[in-house]
Structures are given as C-alpha cells and as structure tokens.
Design a protein around this ligand. Structure first.
Ligand SMILES: [Zn+2]
Length: 386
C-alpha cells in the first residue's frame, strides 16, 4: 500500500468535478492498494479481502477534494452498519436537536418526510414524528429494521430512485460524501423540497480531519470531501441557502432551504490542494519515523488501533507489518477478529502486560495520548513509539 503525491494509478480522461462539473486536471495524490474496508473482518483468512487504488483530485475551479474510487454498494452497507457506538449515538441526538431547532415549528404540522440512507438507525425516529409519513431510501434490498404504519422503504440510490414529493423535510446523515455526483445529490435534495421546506445534511468535518492529519481523512469509502465554503458555493449555484453547525470536530451539520432573494455570500477559499499534499507528506513522514524506531529495537512489536491506524501503518510499511505480532484495541467487539487486509489478530490492551519489553506503536489519532498512557499503565517496561 502507498499514499503518494505523484500518482501512478491510471485515471479516466476528462473527469468532471463532482460539484462544479468543470474538467478536473491532474490528480493531486493517489492511494494505492488500500483496504476496501477500514477495521476488522469476521472471516478467518484474507483471501476475499479487497484492495482498491484511486486518485485524489482538488478541483482547480471550486476547490472540492474528490476521488475516483467509485461507489460500491457492498462496502457502503458494511461501513454504515458499523456506524454505532458512543460518538454516533451522540451524533444522532444532536442532529435531531439541530433539525427540531431549524424546523422551528410543531412536529405535527409536517406531512411528508424523506430520509436518504437511514441504514440501521433512522434519524427520523430520533426526531419522533407523530403525524408525518416517512419514506426511506437506501441501497439495501430491504429495510434493516421493522417499519411502522406511517413508514415506507424504497430500495434505490438517491437521486435516481422514484420517491414521493414534495416533502416538508429531507434528511441525509453521512450520505452526500458517498454520492457519485455531489451536485446531482444536492440538486435532487432541493427538487424534493416543497416551498419553505427544509433539508438537513450531516457529513464528516473534512476540514478538521485534513487539518488534523487524521489518517482516515481520505479513504475509499468517501468520494466527496466538501468543506463548508464549498457547500455554500454549490448551494448558491442551485438557488439554496445553507446554515452550518460543527459537531465536535466529527461532523458538519447543514440546514438547506430554497433561497428567497438574498445576496450571495463572499467565500474564503481554502487551498485544498495544499491541504491534501500536507496530509500525504505527514502520513509518509510518520511511517518513516516509526520504521526508524523499529530498526533500533529487537523487541516484540504491537500496534494500537484495530482500524485504518494499524491497517495503514502495517500495510504501508512491510517492515512494521512483518514484525507486528498483534493489534490491541479497546473495542471488545473487535477482540479475536482479524484486521481487514492483514493476518493480524486483535487483542485487548491487557495482553500487553504479559510481554517482557514490548515496543508498542501508537499511530497518530485523537486518542493517541490516551492510548500511550494506557500502555504505560499496563506495562512499565513497554517502549511507546508515538
Ligand atoms: Zn469543481
């Protein structure tokens, strides 16, 4: 696996931007042979694991970062059914609060609601409608939950699916970043709104993720990486207004409405090309630093974080991959599982206490310091490489 800014992955000629539809020029980076899934697999061996290579573009016209990885229904299903746990529960509650606040009216006045991509956890249910009919559209063949009397499920990919309209409210939580065309997606959302209707979207907070150099900032799972200013610009072109709310550096909530004659905003332009290049350089420098630490030691090697963290590190560096004995993670659901794309097994952090002087690699993430302290607490002879 490689992450580089001199792309070698073949690209399709004359690719249009997913937002402004102008022609994209040369890619700014490429991810080669990365695991199609971030995290663990329940399958014992890795013969069916999939790897993908794709280019990363920063549109020279509107700045949108995007990839040519393509949409894969199977991966999308697995990724979305994984979106459970503490942060996601809080995300759902906060998004429901944001929606109620933006609606600013009694919920029983709403007649029709559309939720795009509810997966196993519809936001519409968290909001709690008493009268409105709710239509769900998602890629799975049937709804992964039991439907109530006012609920209906349509299998399809938005905006191609035939759905009832016009709606008072359209919801889409962590869906727009998977769309083949961001412009077609947002245009489709607008086309389903009645006059005075509201659309609520949530996407990853890509500005935060890229600036903080999170290793999962760019993955095969996401095709579009809009920052708030690019959402504003796209909305302006489509006759919409957008209000934003940032949720804990995790997500960007957006309230979209048809525009009633306001002046377009003046945007600041983030240099997204430089942002992607900085991200690529930081990952490669970190991997090199960790390899150097490894070459100075002959001890057992353990990597923390049974996710993209251990995947990227062990797959980008054969040296780390060959010497790693196992991966530790705090999620009990991952214990005993195999790290997707590798032969490494996942164990509890407590497994570290039995090793004499382990070299424990803690890749950069928002949890790096916490995990390093946890390692030292379990084994005072452990050498932490962070
Ligand atoms: Zn563009």
């Amino acid at each position: 696996m490689n992450i580089r800014h001199e792309p070698r992955v073949p690209r399709s000629a004359a690719r249009p931007c997913s937002s402004c539809e102008m022609t994209l020029t040369a890619p700014v980076a490429a991810l080669e042979d990365v695991p199609a899934l971030l995290g663990c697999s329940q399958r014992a061996d890795r013969t069916t694991d999939q790897f993908v290579s794709f280019n990363v573009y920063a549109c020279p016209h509107c700045g949108l970062v995007q990839t040519d990885a393509g949409f894969d229904v199977e991966t999308y299903e697995i990724v979305h059914s994984h979106a459970v746990g503490g942060v996601w529960e809080e995300h759902r509650r906060q998004l429901a609060d944001f929606t109620r606040e933006q609606l600013g009216m009694r919920l029983d006045r709403l007649e029709r609601v559309l939720e795009i991509g509810p997966s196993v956890n519809p936001v519409a249910r968290e909001i709690g409608f008493t009268r409105a009919s709710v239509q769900y559209v998602d890629a799975m063949p049937k709804a992964p939950f039991d439907l109530g009397s006012r609920e209906e499920y349509v299998c399809g990919v938005f905006p191609a699916a035939a759905l009832k309209r016009p709606c008072d409210l359209v919801l889409a939580s962590h869906i727009a970043e998977h769309a083949e065309s961001l412009a077609a997606f947002v245009h489709g959302v607008a086309a389903h709104l009645k006059d005075g209707g509201l659309a609520i979207l949530s996407i990853p907070d890509f500005q935060e993720w890229l600036e903080r150099r999170y290793w999962n900032a760019i993955t095969s799972e996401h095709l579009n990486y809009p920052l708030s200013e690019q959402v504003d610009e796209l909305c302006e072109r489509l006759g919409l207004t957008a209000q934003h709310h940032r949720f804990r550096g995790h997500s960007l909530f957006m309230a979209l409405r048809h525009r009633a004659g306001q002046k377009p905003l003046v945007h600041q332009r983030v240099d997204t090309r430089a942002l992607v290049i900085g991200w690529v350089q930081d990952i490669n420098a970190t991997v090199a630093r960790m390899e150097a630490a490894l070459s100075r030691s002959t001890q057992s090697v353990v990597v923390t974080g049974a996710s993209h963290l251990a995947q990227y590190l062990t797959m980008m560096s054969p040296q780390v991959g060959q010497r790693a004995q196992f991966v530790v993670d705090n999620a009990t659901s991952k214990h005993g599982q195999r790290l997707y794309g590798t032969d490494l097994r996942v164990r509890a952090f407590e497994a570290l206490s039995a090793l004499p002087e382990p070299l424990v690699i803690v890749p950069p993430s928002p949890y790096q310091q916490e995990m390093a302290e946890q390692v030292r607490g379990l084994n005072q002879h452990a050498v932490v490489v962070a």
